[in-house]
Design a binder for this molecule. Structure first.
Ligand SMILES: Cc1cc2nc3c(=O)[nH]c(=O)nc-3n(C[C@H](O)[C@H](O)[C@H](O)COP(=O)(O)O)c2cc1C
Length: 180
């Protein structure tokens, strides 16, 4: 499988090295490219992630545009079989639902071939998760994309509270990825 992994700015992004290791353990032949948002990459060390790694800088490399240069947000959608976004923030979910494309990851999602599956693992504060705006955004992306939602679980959240909003367990995400 050719897998594109989007990582956004939830504290659960600190689990990215473990998530990548679990994906590889489950499918040793997997070809994996990670796109992290600027906020996402804040939470983990790139060197601990065993995958090709991209950030917004890869969309706009130094030196300016050269005619015929690759257009990564289009090319990656063509290349990948599946997109996993884990963790998915409320912010990036909102961007997806509203067709925003001002980050490498959200440009890739908007240009995503919609017959290809997307798995999302939202993670956020309980009030963000239960906010009607988030519910609406989730409903919208379900209507637009071939999407599987790996729901957040009850847990201790970064904000110091306990409640629904913690990213699902890595095993659950990997199982959802493998499911047809
Ligand atoms: C310490 C910390 C933890 C955060 N955790 C979350 C989170 O779990 N879920 C979420 O939706 N936003 C969280 N945020 C807020 C996002 O980082 C913020 O909305 C950001 O704009 C997300 O950008 P991105 O979606 O481009 O990665 C957190 C912010 C901080 C400072």
């Amino acid at each position: 499988m050719k897998l594109l992994l989007g990582v956004t700015g939830s504290v659960a992004a600190k689990l990215t090295p473990k998530l990548v290791a679990a994906i590889r353990a489950n499918d040793p032949g997997v070809e994996l490219v990670v796109i992290a948002t600027e906020r996402g990459r804040y939470f983990f060390k790139r060197v601990e992630v065993d995958a090709e790694f991209k950030t917004d800088k890869d969309e706009w490399p130094e030196g300016g545009y050269l005619k015929g240069a690759p257009v990564p947000h289009i090319d990656l959608g063509e290349w990948a079989d599946k997109l996993l976004i884990a963790p998915l923030t409320a912010d990036t979910l909102s961007d997806m639902a509203n067709g925003k494309a001002d980050k490498f990851l959200t440009s890739t999602v908007l240009a995503w071939p919609r017959e290809k599956p997307i798995v999302i693992a939202p993670a956020m504060n309980t009030r963000m998760w239960t906010n009607p705006l988030t519910r609406r955004n989730l409903q919208t992306v379900k209507e637009v994309y071939r999407i599987r939602v790996v729901k957040p679980i009850n847990g201790n959240l970064a904000c110091g509270t306990t409640g629904i909003g913690a990213m699902a367990k890595i095993d659950t995400i990997v199982a959802a990825l493998a499911a047809r």
